[in-house]
Design a protein around this ligand. Structure first.
Ligand code: TXA
Ligand code: MG
Length: 325
């Protein structure tokens, strides 16, 4: 990517336009986090409810105090250990942070993404002053997050002034969201940076999930990350029987599973998944997009193992199943 594209992207962002950019997790749809008119364009382009808060992306942790107050020591430790990287920290917001970012809540989500192009852009845009880019995943609301520049164009078309192409995202699913604004660290959205790694830095493992007073996370809505085709999660041991039954009832199906089905049938489009959770996550959204594009009646996915290493992937698959019709 020529440096001039980054310079042009930063100029567009300063002028209040939207620019999509790669991160190590998924592509983000960026706007100047200090410009409420630009932020409004994000909600319009995504079709997202305006009270859903956005993550602010920063070039480094040096200007955290511009965005957050009462920053606990744990935040500095985690930033030192994992930034740039796939971890979003929820902290008490600085009063100057726009309600358009926080959805009116008293917290703000912050992260430093680990992708060379994102970091170049963030430095060019706000490096010296600590300016940030508000960036949700660059998909339409409720749909599969994009992991290539082509996915972004498919999702958002001309609603975005420029898409920086940084190739396929390495991690492939969204960052781990850790809430440090409450009494105890709490994971609001699991990601490939897992609780054990966070626990090693904090000295104690974080807890999972929100409570009634936890900040809203749209990634925690049941119906999310969904393909258009109905998607069903099936225990791996039941997959062959479920597939055969679907075929018998005349359905044309697509299957994503790590073990090949012993059933060969022209009504089945087949996609082999990885047995490694890191690789599975890396491929997941592109695989779901490909299977969705086949226009079959049903996508069957073999449920991953019920193990900690698969938690984040399992979370996205459960939501994809819940969000499909
Ligand atoms: O990996 C990622 O985090 C990607 C890349 C682009 O950085 N971004 C991403 O953004 O997934 P988005 O908007 O699709 O999901 C961010 C989630 C949302 O569910 C939002 O509700 C939550 O973060 N969030 C943002 N600020 C929050 C806050 N102050 N409190 C609780 N949740 C927050
Ligand atoms: Mg999203």
């Amino acid at each position: 990517m020529p440096a001039t594209d980054v310079v042009r992207a930063a100029a567009l962002l300063r002028a209040g336009e939207l620019v999509a950019f790669p991160t190590e997790t998924v592509y983000g749809l960026g706007a100047d986090a200090a410009n409420p008119d630009a932020i409004a364009k994000i909600f319009a382009a995504k079709g997202r409810p305006a009270d859903h808060p956005l993550i602010v992306h920063l070039a480094d942790a040096n200007h955290l105090a511009r965005w957050a107050v009462d920053i606990p020591e744990s935040a500095h430790k985690l930033a030192a250990a994992f930034w740039p990287g796939p971890l979003t920290l929820i902290l008490k917001r600085h009063p100057a942070v726009s309600d358009a970012i926080t959805g009116g809540q008293d917290t703000v989500g912050l992260r430093v993404p680990n992708h060379p192009l994102a970091l170049q852009l963030l430095r060019e845009f706000g490096g010296a002053t600590g300016g940030g880019l508000a960036a949700p995943s660059a998909n339409r609301f409720g749909r599969i997050s994009p992991t290539t520049a082509a996915h972004v164009r498919e999702e958002l078309g001309t609603a975005v002034a420029l898409v920086l192409d940084g190739g396929p995202c390495a991690v492939g699913i969204e960052s781990t969201i850790l809430d440090l604004s409450g009494a105890a660290p709490r994971i609001l959205r699991p990601g490939m940076l897992d609780a054990a790694a966070i626990g090693r830095v904090l000295g104690a493992a974080p807890v999972f999930g929100g409570t009634a007073d936890a900040p809203r996370v749209s990634g925690s809505l049941e119906a999310h990350y969904a393909p258009r085709t109905r998607l069903q999660l099936v225990a791996a041991a039941d997959l062959a029987v479920t597939a055969a039954q679907a075929i018998d009832t005349g359905l044309r199906i697509a299957v994503l599973a790590a073990q090949p089905l012993s059933l060969a049938h022209p009504g089945i489009a087949w996609r082999l998944a990885s047995v490694d959770p890191t690789q599975f996550a890396h491929e997941l959204y592109a695989s779901l997009r490909d299977l969705d594009a086949l226009g079959r009646d049903l996508i069957l996915v073999a449920a991953p193992p019920d193990a900690e290493a698969w938690r984040a992937v399992g979370d996205r698959l459960h939501r994809a199943a819940a969000g499909s019709n």
